[in-house]
Design a protein around this ligand. Structure first.
Ligand code: AR6
Length: 171
């Protein structure tokens, strides 16, 4: 399956796709940014599903670079795929962990038979990753990852600066 990469300026919680990716933290119990918006708009079912994961497979939380799916509650999407980006470090190259978020999320998406997946710019907010580099890793990784089910990967960005960064790497 060759995956089409698209770019939208908007709110990830409004996307009518099979799966939206959440820029979560390893607790899976919510936070600010995309995570806060998804839980606010998606309602309590998402948090209940996250708590169930913490009580079973992910007792210690979700490791950085990994991904796991839950219901999307009241969101227009069918599933939320939670992934944990690395915090930016000026002294340590954590790029492979950021690439892993995109790869592992796409793997989970294929397991859900998802055809359309929306990604935020993982790690580029509260986790401080420089936007241009975060966009480069996102685009390169998705381009290099073949998926048996995913026809469209939609990057959903929140402001003009992020839109410009992704547009640069998509052309
Ligand atoms: N739709 C699309 N993009 C958004 C939205 C939205 N509704 N809200 C923010 N962005 P962030 P991170 C952009 O901070 O850096 C949470 O507390 C934002 O401008 O959501 O991976 C978690 O629980 C930025 O470009 O995620 C973790 O603790 C990008 O989405 C931590 O933040 C990602 O910003 C994760 O930090």
């Amino acid at each position: 399956m060759s995956t089409r990469l698209t770019l939208v300026l908007g709110d990830i919680t409004r996307q009518d796709v099979d799966a939206v990716v959440n820029a979560a933290n390893s607790s899976l119990l919510g936070g600010g940014g995309v995570d806060g918006a998804i839980h606010r708009r998606g309602g309590p079912d998402i948090l209940a599903a996250c708590r169930a994961l913490r009580a079973s497979h992910h007792g210690k939380g979700l490791p950085t670079g990994q991904a796991v799916a839950t219901t999307a509650g009241l969101l227009p999407a069918r599933h939320v795929i939670h992934t944990v980006g690395p915090r930016w470090s000026a002294t340590e190259d954590r790029s492979e962990l950021l690439a892993s978020c995109y790869r592992e999320s796409l793997k989970v998406a294929a397991g859900l038979d998802a055809r359309t997946v929306a990604f935020p710019a993982i790690s580029t907010g509260i986790y401080g990753w420089p936007l241009d580099d975060g966009a480069r890793i996102a685009v390169e990784t998705v381009r290099e990852t073949a998926s048996p089910t995913v026809e469209e990967v939609r990057f959903v960005v929140f402001d003009d600066r992020a839109h410009e960064a992704f547009a640069r790497h998509l052309t």
